[in-house]
Design a protein around this ligand. Structure first.
Ligand code: GUN
Length: 289
């Protein structure tokens, strides 16, 4: 049986089209477009590419994006002041601080400074706490994109064994919570593996759904995957051979029943969820004015 390739690029394009329709319906009456401010500190080439892609996607659906590009030696105080100014601006609905930050800047205290209702990345402890508590709130884009991809491709996880590789605040941790939540398209039995886990191969082989999010290109090989499993590759690494996921695509494709490609899998879904969050922040913001 041949493997099913889960096309995140097409799914994300369909979502962007839906969102463009919503912006077109809301913006004329509101008198302004939704606004996203993106803060990029330093010159990391991968971050610059990600930010460019995010801004292009905003443009495409009628979201006004603004880039605040700060030098690599920006002090914590200056960055916090920049966030404070965006927090109070009426035309800014969403604020995104591109990670990683240069050395010397403290991720969590900067993320915590973003007003939770403008936190379109869903990384603020308030939004993370809401996620853990099962309350509505802005959700981190990559795990939300994974869940949306599963839903739109009609994969049902209820009672299934899900294994998440990686425990980052951006992906692994929130994804594990979403997969185990008492919600439609979730309700899985979740195991999280990380750098100190033993018997990773055996644990992976037990997964009906395997989520690779540790950022190690080609780590998951076909013999680590249960025959017929669904494999979601969240890793994106820039290598000499180009962009590579955490899975060895050729061998995993021979064992799995479905797999996301890299590029063209989860990546475009992350951006689609950023746009969705920005629109959600915008509609809430308009409701409060
Ligand atoms: N760096 C890598 N992934 C992300 C993300 O989803 N959001 C932000 N802000 N930075 C990132």
């Amino acid at each position: 049986m041949s493997v099913r390739i889960i096309d995140g690029k097409a799914t994300a394009a369909a979502i962007r089209e839906e969102l463009a329709g919503q912006v077109a319906a809301l913006a004329p009456a509101a008198g302004r477009k939704p606004g996203l401010a993106v803060i990029l500190v330093g010159e990391d080439p991968a971050s610059q590419t990600y930010v460019r892609n995010k801004q292009r996607a905003c443009d495409e659906i009628g979201v006004a994006s603004e880039l605040l590009h700060l030098p690599p030696d920006t002090s914590q105080l200056r960055l916090l002041r920049c966030i404070d100014a965006l927090n109070t601006r009426e035309d800014v609905d969403g604020i995104l601080l591109q990670l990683p930050l240069p050395r010397g800047l403290e991720n969590l205290s900067c993320l915590e400074r973003i007003r939770p209702d403008k936190d379109v990345d869903g990384f603020h402890p308030d939004n993370m706490g809401r996620l853990v508590s099962g309350l509505p709130g802005l959700r981190p884009c990559t795990p939300a994109g994974v869940m949306e991809l599963l839903k739109r491709h009609a994969f049902f996880l209820e009672g299934k064994r899900a294994v998440v590789l990686g425990r980052s605040n951006i992906v692994g941790k929130p994804l594990a919570i979403m997969l185990g939540a008492r919600t439609e398209y979730a309700n899985a039995t979740v195991t999280v593996c990380h750098s100190q886990s033993k018997n990773i191969t055996e644990i992976c082989q037990s997964a009906d759904f395997l989520f690779a999010a540790m950022g190690q290109p080609g780590f998951i090989r076909g013999d680590m995957v249960k025959p017929g499993a669904v494999v979601i590759d969240v890793g994106i690494s820039v290598t000499e051979q180009g962009l590579r996921g955490d899975c060895d695509f050729a061998s995993v494709s021979r064992t799995a029943s479905a797999i996301t490609p890299v590029p063209g899998g989860v990546g475009p879904m992350t951006i689609a969820m950023l746009l969705r969050n920005t629109l959600e922040a915008y509609t809430k913001h308009l409701g409060r004015i």
